[in-house]
Structure formats: C-alpha cells, structure tokens
Design a protein around this ligand. Structure first.
Ligand code: ADP
Length: 396
C-alpha cells in the first residue's frame, strides 16, 4: 500500500509571504532556513507578529502545524544575549516534549553567538541542571522539576520575562495546575504569557484566565480536534482481526509501506514484550514507557529520530506533542481511555500536512466498544482494504 506524500491546506498560506516579513533578526532567519523552513504556516503567520509585540496570547492550531516554531521564535527574539541567566521559560507536560522543544529552540538559535537553551526535566540529576543553568537564556522544563528547582532556589526568576505554556490543556489539568500556579507566582508580575494548545474549549479559556491578561486569541480550527482535521483520514482504517495481535502486527508491517511506525499498547510489560518480539522478527524496534530510566528514554527517542529504529512501541507517555517526521504509520493494539488521547495518538503521523495511515486492531468486545464510541462521535473508520479485514485473530 503506497502512502501519498502531500501537504494539506492547514499548513499552506495563500499570501506570498516568507519569514523575513515576520522576523527581522537575520540570525533567526538563518536558523529557520537551516531547518528547511521557507514559508510560515498559518499559525506562524498569525501568532509570531502578535507574540513579538509582547502581548499575552492564547494560540490554538491542530497538532503538527508548527506551533513550536512560533514560541521558539518569540523566545529567541525576546532575549538579550548580554544576560546569561534565563529570560524565557517554556513549560511542557512531558520530558520527551521538553527535550524536543529544547532541540528546536537550539537549532533555530544555532547562529546566535553565546545563545544557549537547556531542558530541565525529572529523572536526571539536579546537579546537572545547576551546571546547565550557568549560561542559559531559554529554559524548557517539566512542571515537577521546575517547581523543585524554584523551591530550592536553584532557578532564579529575576530575569525571566516570558512564560510559554505548551500543550496548555494538559498543563491546566488537575495533574499539573497547582504546579503551574506555583511557577507562575514565582515569576515577575510584568511577564508576557503565551499559551499553546491543539484544543480550545471554554473550560480551557476559563482556567487560563488566571494566567493571562487580556489575551489575544489566535484560533485556527474548531474546539476539539477531529479525525477530519487529520491528514491521515484517507487511511484511518480498522481491521477486524481474529488472530494473535502480535502476529498480525508483524504481518501488517511487512505489507504496509511505511518509513517509521509507532505502536500503542497499554502496559509496560506488553511494550517490552512486543518490541523484543518484533526485533526477533527482524524489525528494528524499541519501546518507551514511564517505567524506563530517563537515560534509556532519551536514547530510545534519539535512536528513533536518527532512524536507527523503524518501530517504536509506546504507551500514552508519548501520545501527544511528539514530532518524528518520518512516522507515517500508527498502530493501536490496545485502546486509550478516551477519544481525545486516541486523536493525539493518531496525530503522531501526518505531521506538517503530510499524510499517513493509522490502523486499529480489533479483537475483543472491549476493542469494539471503543470503536463504537468513536462512531458515536461521528468518527467513521472503514475497514482496511484488501485482505486485511478477513484475517482471523485471537486476542493477546
Ligand atoms: P505543533 O507544535 O503544532 O504540533 P511542530 O512545531 O512540532 O507542530 O511542527 C510539526 C513539524 O512541522 C515539525 O517537523 C517541524 O519541523 C515542521 N515545520 C514547522 N514549521 C514549518 C515550516 N514553516 N515549514 C516547514 N516545516 C515546518
């Protein structure tokens, strides 16, 4: 099965505009060009100019349309190089997203002399963070570690004038809200606050109200992401299977044309077992879940990004926010708790307007019930064409 590579309209703009009309700093423009970005996406076109003005902002656009570049540019433009302490603080909900953001900011800022951005995340030593903070203008961090560094006064907030909240809906959830509040209160009253999210609901707006002042709102799609928003909609298919799920997965990998694949399961032992099994079958596979050490998590993500792995078996730890541009196949072996997480999972393919394929394995009544709940939300998932839907599978 061929996967067609085309860019969808959510990353294309009609105007004949390039980044130089939005940004003056030639070193940032050079960084954008070195990253291969010629023209801004719609969210970049609208949100970069507002962010540069220093106003508070809430920006919403679907996953994979370039929001990270928006706040990376805003942060790079906000800093003064003569100051070596943090001036922009970016908060992300997971360690993997924080590292990814740090890489983007560092890459875009690569031509700016004496510029440094660091990720401060749980699972790594605090001593290392203290060293990293010695010369660091942009800090990217996860809530728990940032809070701990603030409590122990190892992170000074004196020069921070910009706060970025990525995946703001997640940061506003019960898991993180108190930590975000703590961090927010430690920052100067005059800071600029910008929040980014793929979803945008009245509830989110209300909870962000405590953090932003008269925010400018940039909203590119409707409230919640849907399958129609996805670029994988040509191939979002279900297969009816009555055979072992692991065997089916291996068979699918050999029949579907893909560069890299992410497979979602719901438990740590299952992820490890499947990755080992696929490796034995000849697929270069790794796995990532919260149970692994942080060093191992970092090295698996690097292997995936460097194309040393074709397949990554994962938990919902990396269901949202992660951008690996060669991933054009997502397989759901187990189903998530809710539709929102499902949409995040399948959004790992179809990045920046490309197309991809997502396949759901159906074996148990529970699987079927989940897919029925998708249908109730008008998400229709037709059977995969060809022989696949006639396979017989046992649950595993
Ligand atoms: P989001 O934060 O909205 O989920 P990302 O910022 O992670 O999206 O971007 C998704 C992908 O699009 C990344 O691989 C990034 O390199 C690419 N990208 C972002 N902006 C541009 C652009 N202007 N031109 C080309 N590719 C881009």
């Amino acid at each position: 099965m061929d996967i067609i590579q085309k860019r969808s309209k959510d990353v294309r703009i009609d105007q004949d505009v390039d980044f130089s009309t939005l940004i003056q700093n030639p070193l940032i423009l050079k960084g954008l060009s070195a990253s291969g970005y010629a023209r801004p996406s719609p969210i970049q076109l609208q949100a970069i100019p507002l962010g540069r003005l220093g106003v508070d902002m809430i920006a919403q656009a679907k996953s994979g349309t370039g929001k990270t570049v928006v706040f990376a540019v805003i942060a790079l433009e906000a800093i003064q190089l003569s100051i070596t302490s943090p001036q922009a603080l970016i908060i992300a909900p997971t360690r993997e997203i924080a590292i990814q953001i740090k890489d983007v900011v560092q890459h875009l800022g690569q031509y700016i002399p004496q510029f440094n951005c660091e990720a401060l995340i749980g699972g790594l030593s605090v001593q290392g963070d203290i060293k990293r903070l010695q010369h660091c203008q942009v800090v990217v961090g996860t809530p728990g570690r940032l809070m701990a560094l603030l409590e122990s006064k190892k992170l000074s907030t004196k020069t921070i004038k910009l706060l970025v909240m990525d995946e703001a809906d997640k940061l506003m959830s019960d898991t993180f809200r108190q930590q975000i509040k703590y961090i927010y209160q430690k920052l100067s009253i005059n800071k600029q606050v910008v929040a980014f999210s793929a979803t945008f609901t009245d509830e989110l707006l209300a909870s962000l109200n405590d953090f932003v002042k008269e925010p400018h709102i940039v909203k590119l799609t409707h409230d919640l992401p849907t399958l129609e928003d996805s670029n994988t909609n040509d191939f979002y298919q279900t297969i009816q299977i009555y055979k072992d799920k692991f065997e089916t997965t291996a068979e699918l990998l050999s029949k579907v044309d893909f560069y890299q694949c992410m497979i979602f399961v719901n438990s740590f032992p299952r992820a490890a077992e499947l990755a080992t099994w696929l490796t034995d079958m000849g697929w270069r596979s790794g796995h990532i879940c919260a149970g692994l050490s942080q060093e191992k998590r970092i090295s698996v993500m690097e292997d995936m990004r460097q194309f040393k792995l074709r397949v990554l078996v994962c938990s919902d730890l990396i269901a949202r926010g992660i951008d690996i541009d060669r991933v054009n196949l997502v397989i759901n072996i187990d189903y998530p708790q809710n539709i929102e997480t499902y949409l995040h999972r399948v959004g790992r393919t179809g990045r920046y307007g490309t197309s991809g394929i997502a396949i759901n394995l159906v074996a148990t009544e529970e699987d079927q019930n989940f897919l029925k709940s998708l249908q109730k939300k008008n998400v229709s998932i037709p059977p995969l064409p060809g022989i696949y839907h006639t396979w017989i599978i046992k649950s595993k």
